[in-house]
Design a protein around this ligand. Structure first.
Ligand code: B12
Ligand code: SF4
Ligand code: SF4
Length: 376
């Protein structure tokens, strides 16, 4: 027999600040149906961009019993992760989303989930349990809202009145009917539209988020070249984007997370862009073990850093950018060509125009047209 008060106490002991229970409709009906419909419509409209992994496991996302047969309840959990921001060091720096300033939340939360799983089995050794943070085929925000942890705002972020949005969610499915929150958390965005108005790319609308326009998608999830039109909009975001959270009034006085747990570092919050582009991709990835930054891979981070250097007008970085024109990766050479030409390089156009890869030659051509200069 699982006593929810004992679960709550165990969850708090391992570091979760919020705990709630949602009832699970095994075939995705009842309160869950609008969420399932929303996900299907979102994918049908192509709003998942290149995240094929999301579409591929959509059937499980809309039918929790495919994830855990006989599932009856979802325990939704929240761990805040935003620590006070480290000071920005001098030099050409990029901005990193707050969740990646320190330890990888997947590791921190997974460790806590393992302990909680053991506690659940201590209460009911026969219970079927499935625990996930982020990567499982589970609509975490939908369960968190129904468990009354907060509401899904117009930014699509889950918002808690005291903790705001800066937290990691996790969900545990259990094949036992547990006492659950009487209803979903009420929607409290009211007439505010700050996130919709201030999103730098217009990615948010009444239909939710269009990942094809989201900086977080392009800088973290996308492999390959970032479309030219998107590059200037990325501004100084070298990994992720927090604008829709930074402008949310519910974050103004939100409780901060414990730096002793997350160990934020200035070099992770504000990476040295020249150091990044000058490090071989695999070496960069290996140096980021234990950090969420490694999700973008070394080549993704270097690509983003090139864009941010150009956006910031960092002309002093030109020699380092031009050196990337010799990189074995054509995506990096193409992005370096774009960045160097934006910064007024006199040699990058001719070098890019002579590149064996058409992707790199295209950049030279497009910049030559855009600036009316000879691109080689
Ligand atoms: C794919 C993904 C992304 C994609 C797509 C984001 C998106 N909005 O779908 C990209 C790469 C863009 C992304 C970005 C970010 N992500 Co993300 N992401 C996910 C992931 C893996 C799946 C989300 C998903 O299923 N999307 C499909 C859409 C349709 O589902 P949904 O957004 O959850 O929407 C549901 C409800 O929100 C509701 N709904 C949708 N829109 C609206 C709008 C209104 C007004 C209402 C009422 C309801 C509603 O219907 C949907 C079906 O239930 C989840 C983890 C997980 N397994 O759930 C993390 C997750 C959502 N991400 C998270 C974070 C932290 C981020 C970033 C802040 C990272 C950053 N700083 O760069 C940004 C925020 C961007 C944003 N405004 O959402 C956290 C969110 C925590 C929280 N407080 O909400 C999660 C839960 C990871 C975690 N375990 O902590 N992410
Ligand atoms: S993460 Fe940035 S780009 Fe994406 S929806 Fe939020 S503000 Fe817009
Ligand atoms: S910024 Fe305003 S509209 Fe957007 S999620 Fe926050 S409260 Fe809601």
């Amino acid at each position: 027999m699982i006593d929810v008060d004992q679960v709550r106490a165990a969850a708090e002991r391992v570091g979760f600040e919020l705990v709630g229970v949602a009832p699970v409709e095994p075939v995705g009906g009842g309160w869950f149906a609008p969420h399932a419909e929303r996900l299907k419509a979102w994918i049908a409209a192509g709003h998942h961009a290149g995240m094929d992994w999301l579409a591929e496991r959509a059937a499980e996302r809309v039918a929790p019993s495919l994830v855990l047969p006989g599932v009856r309840s979802a325990i939704a959990l929240w761990m805040p992760h935003r620590c006070p921001a480290p000071d920005r060091p001098p030099g050409a720096r990029g901005r990193v989303a707050a969740y990646a300033w320190g330890r990888d939340y997947h590791n921190v939360v997974r460790k806590a989930l393992r302990k909680l799983r053991r506690a659940l089995h201590g209460l009911d050794p026969e219970a079927g349990v499935y625990a996930t943070v982020d990567t499982g085929p589970v609509l975490e925000r939908a369960f968190a809202e129904r468990a009354s942890l907060g509401w899904i705002g117009k930014s699509t972020m889950l918002i808690h009145p005291r903790f705001g949005t800066f937290g990691s969610l996790a969900v545990i499915f259990v094949d036992r009917a547990l006492p659950h929150a009487p209803e979903a958390h009420p929607f409290r965005c009211g007439t505010c539209t700050a996130c919709l108005d201030r999103c730098p790319t217009g990615a948010l609308s009444a239909a939710g988020l269009d990942a094809r326009k989201c900086i977080s998608y392009w800088t973290i999830e996308h492999r390959g070249l970032i479309p030219r039109a998107m590059r200037p909009l990325i501004g100084e975001w070298v990994f992720g984007c927090d604008v829709c959270q930074d402008v949310c009034p519910w974050n103004r006085d939100a409780r901060r997370a414990d730096p002793a747990v997350w160990r934020p570092q200035a070099e992770r919050a504000w990476p040295d862009l020249v150091a990044w582009i000058s490090t071989p991709s695999e070496a960069l990835r290996l140096s980021l073990e234990g950090s969420p930054l490694k999700r973008a891979l070394g080549e993704g981070l270097r690509r983003n850093a090139l864009i941010v250097l150009a956006n910031g007008g960092h002309r002093a970085a030109l020699p380092a950018i031009e050196a990337v024109l010799d990189d074995p990766d054509p995506v990096l050479r193409a992005t370096a060509a774009w960045a160097a030409l934006r910064l007024g390089s006199e040699t990058a156009g001719a070098r890019a125009a002579a590149d064996p890869d058409p992707m790199v030659r295209d950049e030279a051509r497009a910049e030559g047209v855009a600036h009316g200069s000879a691109a080689g």
